[in-house]
Ligand binder design. Structure first.
Ligand SMILES: [Zn+2]
Length: 463
């Protein structure tokens, strides 16, 4: 049970308070994306980043050591960190002196009891991000900051104010505290865990007469199969937590007959979200994103980055400063919506899902970006409903397909040929390709759907 804010009546007072603050955040965030640009934006980011760096040095023994003897004003000159480094020294890394083992014990106990209603020391939200390889990462957020997440999501969704009052069903995948439901005149919000049976989710949507549905793409597809049971049509859908493939995008829009907006949310922060023109923008006021080429210089728009660093400008509890993300992307040029925030042209997928194949001339290994592989499967024929391509060894690829009824035998060779064409174009030695009639499988560690996945270790990524 969450305590009431001081001076406010219990429960209803708190829910109304959350609604009011949500509206304030909504307006502020909408204003920033519309008007913060150019030199003013750059100064804003530098100021926020410098504050964060100073705070980290004062409160985190890890950063104090790491930055000792360096100029704190030159952000680009500061050393980078990654998940391994962070987890190795987590007790020193966070700025509240919280003990890593205690936090993990707390998070695991919640997971086992499936009771996510508690806060660590009544103040902190503790999440465990299970990486695709199974190495767990801790995600710490101040409770007061976590409660503002829905307003941030909404502000960055491009959701038009004419949809007020917002009646929202919000489905979270991560094992995390159940955030407080919101009941206020303008925003009503219900949280559900993604393990909730689809029938119950639909009942909640009907009970609330929801007009907005927020869920990961794979969950939206499941609900979409029962969309005819939803009594009042949803006005807008939002997805996050998984890469949204073009085929998912089309299938979800068709099932619900509603527009779909993508948020690019990682446990490291809300990195990007789409605008009214349907393009994905970097949330420049929330994160400082550095997309770097192989020489460590900013990757020009239109070219895939080889390293992605994020500085989360608002989480001081667990300062992520020049923290290396697993994702790879391509930045684009300006957008008709008029925002000065950079455009993300494509999210290419995770760097640990790059395929690595032997080059046919024997000169080492060649990588393939996940989105290219996906495109070659989708373009192979019109018979494929669901797919997953998994590289299980340098010389072995498994393709799982669900096709239109009775058309697997026809589709399988077309998909295989298309993939072999791709591998030829990139000068790769042809691996064994096994095509099986089987639905995609969730990653056993993260429980996420990765349509293009690599399940063996390759020693170097494209740095
Ligand atoms: Zn835009």
């Amino acid at each position: 049970m969450t305590p009431a804010q001081p001076g406010l009546p219990r429960r209803i007072g708190r829910a109304a308070w959350l609604g009011l603050r949500g509206l304030f955040d909504f307006c502020l965030l909408a204003w920033r994306r519309r008007f913060l640009r150019g030199e003013r934006l750059r100064r804003y980011q530098q100021r926020q980043a410098r504050r964060l760096v100073r705070y980290a040095v004062e409160h985190s023994p890890f950063y104090r050591d790491l930055y000792s003897g360096r100029s704190l004003d030159d952000l680009a000159g500061l050393p980078t960190v990654d998940k391994q480094i962070m987890m190795d020294r987590f007790s020193d890394f966070n700025t509240a002196g919280l003990d890593k083992e205690e936090l993990i014990e707390f998070a695991l106990a919640m997971e086992h009891s499936r009771d996510f209603l508690h806060y660590f020391r009544e103040r902190y939200v503790v999440g465990l991000s299970s990486g695709t390889s199974g190495s767990k990462g801790l995600v710490l957020t101040e409770r007061s900051l976590a409660e503002r997440l829905p307003a941030v999501f909404l502000a960055r969704s491009g959701v038009p104010l004419r949809l007020l009052p917002f009646r929202i069903v919000f489905i979270l995948r991560v094992h995390n505290q159940a955030f407080a439901n919101i009941d206020s005149p303008l925003i009503t919000l219900r949280y559900l865990h993604s393990m909730t049976p689809v029938e119950r989710i639909v009942d909640e949507i009907n009970g609330l007469r929801a007009n907005l549905l927020l869920a990961p793409p794979s969950v939206l597809r499941l609900i979409g199969a029962q969309a005819d049971r939803i009594r009042e049509p949803l006005k807008l859908l939002m997805c996050y937590a998984e890469v949204l493939g073009d085929d998912d995008d089309a299938a979800i829009r068709q099932a619900f007959g509603a527009p779909l907006i993508q948020l690019y949310q990682a446990s490291e922060g809300l990195i990007g979200s789409s605008c009214s023109a349907g393009r994905l923008h970097v949330n420049e006021d929330l994160v400082l994103l550095e997309a770097l080429d192989e020489h460590g210089q900013p990757a020009p728009p239109g070219t895939p980055c080889h390293k992605l660093l994020v500085t989360n400008l608002y989480n001081r509890l667990q300062p992520l400063i020049r923290y290396q993300l697993n994702d790879l992307l391509v930045l684009g040029q300006g957008c008709p919506c008029g925002s000065g925030f950079r455009v993300i042209e494509r999210v290419l997928g995770r760097s640990d899902d790059l395929f690595w194949l032997e080059r046919s001339d024997g000169s080492g290994h060649q990588y393939l970006f996940p989105d290219i592989t996906a495109r070659y499967v989708m373009n192979a024929c019109e018979l494929v409903r669901e797919y997953q391509v998994e590289q299980t060894a340098y010389d072995r690829v498994v393709v799982r397909l669900v096709t239109l009824p009775g058309r697997f035998a026809e589709a399988a060779p077309l998909v295989e040929q298309s993939l072999r064409r791709l591998l030829d174009e990139y000068g790769c030695r042809q691996p064994a390709i096994e095509v099986v009639e089987q639905p995609p499988q969730l990653n056993p560690h993260s429980q996420k759907l990765r349509r293009i996945a690599r399940s063996f270790a390759h020693p170097d990524s494209p740095k």
